[in-house]
Design a protein around this ligand. Structure first.
Ligand SMILES: Cc1cc2nc3c(=O)[nH]c(=O)nc-3n(C[C@H](O)[C@H](O)[C@H](O)COP(=O)(O)OP(=O)(O)OC[C@H]3O[C@@H](n4cnc5c(N)ncnc54)[C@H](O)[C@@H]3O)c2cc1C
Length: 377
């Protein structure tokens, strides 16, 4: 069994689960937080005394459990244990407590060479349209996770990594139809690596994000999409990714979302993103401290232009789904970069913020746990 978590090595569960936690199996099985039955937390009372508290979904302290299903780390206490069990398990059989990964995964990489603006717009437009059409919880493509990484100009290629549940008999046909939809009208045609079939464990272990020995400096700006980008936004992406001054490791990433994530009712957990189909990440990466200002400014301007219509940030509306607290971006709380008049917490929590504030006041009355984007009591 497994949890539908992220698979990047080096990420810890402490922050990951508290903020929701998604990965390649989330379109099929939801977030890790959707399988969180309880937490053991060290809290601090008004007198500064620490206590070990057990909070579970069905009580005791259901509110404290709820706060850990998307409220974000570093807010309510220190989690010392996560109790994981799916909603449809009564806990009597540990083998059935959590989802099973597919026995087989079909995997390939598709490499798109450097291209014209029109072809790029076509590719990204095809990609977003496909996942928008296939974001319902029981869609035939719920077993497909295919993140798209657009590299900056000099490295010249856009890469699509495909992980598809290979168990159904239709898997090959599905993969073919998906690739046909993504590449339709895209020129030059992509290079498609030979398809491999392997276990989910091997796929995660061998294919995806090996831990870098020496990580770059990074700035991440993220957003959920409820609708595909407009033609204007697609062209904004192209323009910023063709900026020769950020040649190197920076990428624009799209991570498929929705599916089973959207089957959970809003309010059942603290995670508010229950109607988006995609996450977007501007992932600026560089090596030397003297590059800080240049790369951070590039990411900020790119994001501000992408969300120019809503004050430079993805204010939740019919097109945008806000952002993810596990990609925390203090710029959302900075009036220089968020000119929408909408507070940062509306982007991360929507209307659920007020409940988080009440829980914060109860469990961390002295605001011992705080950071730049922590819940304010
Ligand atoms: C390379 C990379 C890849 C990623 N990929 C994904 C992905 O695929 N899917 C996804 O959902 N997210 C992804 N993330 C985001 C990830 O979920 C967050 O960075 C998460 O906060 C990491 O948790 P951590 O404990 O490692 O981080 P930390 O930086 O240690 O903690 C983050 C926050 O949580 C708090 N915290 C940590 N431990 C605890 C604890 N035990 N109790 C209470 N609070 C705690 C910290 O105080 C801090 O406020 C990725 C991040 C990176 C860097």
């Amino acid at each position: 069994m497994t949890v539908p978590a992220g698979i990047c090595k080096g990420v810890g569960v402490g922050g990951h689960i508290c903020g929701g936690g998604y990965g390649p199996l989330s379109r099929r099985h939801g977030l890790v937080a959707d399988h969180l039955y309880g937490v053991e937390v060290v809290t601090v009372d008004a007198a500064g005394r620490a206590a070990l508290v057990l909070a579970t979904k069905d009580g005791p302290h259901e509110d404290l459990w709820w706060a850990h299903t998307g409220g974000g780390g570093g807010n309510f206490g220190v989690v010392t244990r996560f109790l994981l069990r799916s909603a449809d398990s009564d806990g009597s059989d540990p083998h059935l407590a959590l989802p099973r990964p597919p026995a087989n995964v079909l995997s390939t990489r598709v490499l798109f060479p450097i291209t014209t603006e029109d072809s790029f717009v076509r590719l990204l437009g095809n990609y977003l349209a496909f996942f928008h059409q296939h974001s319902e919880p029981d869609d035939a493509y719920a077993g497909l996770y295919a993140p798209l990484s657009v590299r900056t100009t000099a490295l010249g290629s856009t890469e699509l990594l495909v992980l598809l549940d290979g168990d159904p008999r239709e898997a090959h046909d599905r993969l073919k139809a998906f690739l046909a939809a993504i590449t339709d009208g895209v020129f030059p045609p992509p290079l498609i690596e030979p398809l491999v079939r392997m276990s989910y464990f091997d796929a995660v272990e061998r294919i995806y994000y090996p831990k870098a020995a020496n990580s770059p400096r990074v700035k991440i700006k993220a957003a959920y999409l409820r609708r595909p980008y407009s033609a204007e936004q697609l062209r904004t992406c192209y323009r910023h990714m063709m900026d020769v001054s950020v040649i190197g490791e920076s990428v624009l990433e799209f991570l498929p979302f929705g599916g089973a994530v959207n089957a959970v009712a809003l309010g059942a957990t603290a995670m508010p993103a229950r109607d988006s189909f995609m996450q977007m990440l501007i992932h600026a990466a560089w090596r030397r401290p003297d590059g800080d200002e240049h790369f951070v400014t590039w990411a900020r301007r790119f994001y501000a232009e992408l969300y120019a219509e809503t004050g430079g940030v993805p204010v939740p509306n019919e097109r945008n789904g806000g952002s993810y607290i596990n990609y925390p971006d203090p710029d959302l709380a900075d009036p220089n970069w968020n000119t929408s008049g909408v507070p940062w917490h509306a982007c991360y929590y929507g209307a659920q913020y007020q409940r988080l504030q009440r829980i914060k006041a109860t469990w961390d009355p002295g605001t011992v746990f705080r950071h730049r984007l922590s819940v304010q009591p």
